[in-house]
Ligand binder design. Structure first.
Ligand SMILES: *[C@@H]1O[C@H](CO)[C@@H](O)[C@H](O)[C@H]1NC(C)=O
Length: 232
């Protein structure tokens, strides 16, 4: 008997993961059990993030790749007045490990799937992604002092300072609110970071601020998804 692992629900991400894994997604024909795709550890060094939008590039990482995660949450902005331009005040996102997907497919197929994940995951809620079988291994948030933070629970904490920022490529998913895809970024860990020295936010979908505040005058939460690659 196999214990109570939930099968992939019929979500965009569920279909996507099932197609990546070449496994039938239909619930009445076949369910995918998380233990089936956790059979082996991937060799992380076989994988690398795309660091260019075709015009400009992010600086290459210097450390060793430690975690590849899918982030899904909101980028937050405020408007001092209804007539001002939105200003970033932080973000909140769940970080899902994708490592267990990789041993099931070839490196080239796995790499392509990783790069495409945010485009699919933006169509699902955090709860739906949790139900798809990807484990949550951390949270992204801003400290009270406004420092972007990636907390991988027991596996490291990174307080980031930007070392590179390029626009998302033309044609990136603009997100459900249609404001556009937030920039790709490289951040280096500052004092207080533990076990992680760099993080890259790439393959963004959504998250960009609206061009103007219009009638908002308050906090704007913009849905987004991105891949976060962590180095030590
Ligand atoms: C950002 O929005 C999220 C909701 O997605 C909220 O939980 C979080 O507290 C907000 N953080 C900031 C810094 O505004």
């Amino acid at each position: 008997m196999i214990a109570s692992h939930a099968p992939f629900p019929i979500t965009l991400l569920g279909f996507f993961l099932a197609s990546v894994l070449s496994i039938e997604a239909h619930p009445f024909k076949r369910t995918i059990l998380p233990n089936e795709i956790r059979a082996a550890s991937p060799i992380l060094s076989d994988y690398s993030p795309v660091l260019t939008d075709g015009t400009s590039s992010l600086p290459a990482p210097t450390g060793a790749l430690k975690y590849i995660t899918l982030g899904r949450g909101t980028q937050n902005y405020t408007c001092a007045t209804a007539a001002s331009t939105p200003v970033s005040v932080g973000a909140a996102a769940a970080l899902f490990s994708v490592a267990q997907l990789l041993p099931a497919v070839s490196v080239s197929k796995g790499q392509a799937a990783l790069n495409a994940l945010p485009n699919t995951a933006i169509g699902d809620t955090i709860t739906q992604i949790e139900q798809s079988g990807l484990p949550t291994i951390g949270q992204h948030y801003f400290t009270a002092a406004g420092v972007p933070t990636w907390n991988l629970f027991g596996d490291g904490v990174l307080y980031g300072s930007s070392v590179g920022d390029i626009p998302a490529p033309a044609g990136a998913n603009a997100g459900p609110q249609g404001y556009g895809a937030v920039d790709w970024k490289a951040l280096a860990g500052v004092a207080g970071s533990v076990g992680l020295t760099e993080v890259y936010r790439v393959e963004t979908a959504g998250g960009k601020a609206p061009a103007s505040c219009g009638g908002f005058g308050a906090t704007i939460q913009v849905q987004y998804a991105a891949m976060y690659w962590f180095y030590d």
